[in-house]
Design a protein around this ligand. Structure first.
Ligand SMILES: [Zn+2]
Length: 252
């Protein structure tokens, strides 16, 4: 996972979402108890979600795809194609956020249906899940060349099992990505040295869109640390030192 920047929606889509949110908030206002009010809002959110405006959600899906890493990758695993609009705060737990743009992420069906589902750990009111559009995941997780995320905060620790970040195939693909990104950084420096701007630009694109893009982000962090020589090839470290522009490629 890596930090993603949320884009704004059109005024029309924002208005559509707001109207649905008002309906949910008002649902069951006449109910006598908190539990009946909550149920009425859940039911209304479910009903409205089933009949949501396709045109508005086409725009939402397209915007999420632009925000996602690489080639429309899932915002959790960064490996599979992102296909589902995911409610970060589950609809059942937070029906009033069912039509909240800031609550939408793009996930693959494996992450959405098999792993996160309605899981939403909290402690003393504090949310213990990384939201890649609000948090920098690498402030909570350290990624190593073994392909494993190591938690460095409580939020990181809870996020690994909920998002299924420790799945074997994901860890193995991060190992492959680590070697590939190291090599691509060297390729970029070599292309620059030869004055081959076309190859340099193509290599930059490949680095930024390579699946498991958090590996690239992690390598940039590792290169700044004291263990850089243990985890990166000498040629890669030399290339990063000679081309500081590489460090800004994942910004914004
Ligand atoms: Zn996924």
């Amino acid at each position: 996972m890596r930090k993603l920047r949320r884009e704004p929606l059109s005024e029309h889509a924002t208005r559509v979402l707001w109207k649905q949110t008002v309906k949910i908030v008002e649902a069951g206002n006449s109910e006598p108890s908190r539990s009946k009010l909550a149920k009425a809002r859940r039911d209304e959110a479910k009903r409205l979600w089933k009949q949501k405006a396709e045109a508005t959600f086409d725009e939402i899906r397209a915007t999420l795809k632009r925000m996602a890493s690489g080639v429309e990758r899932c915002m959790y695993c960064e490996s599979n194609e992102g296909t589902d609009i995911e409610h970060f705060w589950p609809q059942n737990r937070a029906p009033c956020r069912a039509f909240d743009w800031t609550n939408y992420l793009l996930a693959c069906s494996a992450c959405n249906s098999n792993h996160k589902r309605d899981r939403f750990p909290r402690r003393h009111g504090e949310l213990l899940l990384i939201n890649p559009t609000e948090d920098d995941p690498l402030d909570h997780l350290v990624l190593t060349p073994t392909g494993k995320f190591v938690p460095i905060t409580d939020k990181g620790e809870k996020s690994i099992p909920v998002f299924g970040l420790h799945r074997g195939p994901l860890e193995r693909s991060r190992v492959i990505a680590w070697a590939a990104v190291d090599g691509l950084i060297v390729r970029y420096a070599n292309a620059c040295a030869r004055g081959d701007s076309s190859l340099a630009l193509g290599t930059q694109k490949a680095l930024c869109e390579y699946p498991q893009v958090s590996v690239f982000a992690a390598i940039l962090r590792v290169a700044e640390g004291t263990a850089a020589e243990d985890f990166l090839s000498p040629e890669c470290l030399e290339a990063l030192a000679a081309h500081p522009e590489i460090k800004s490629w994942l910004d914004g």
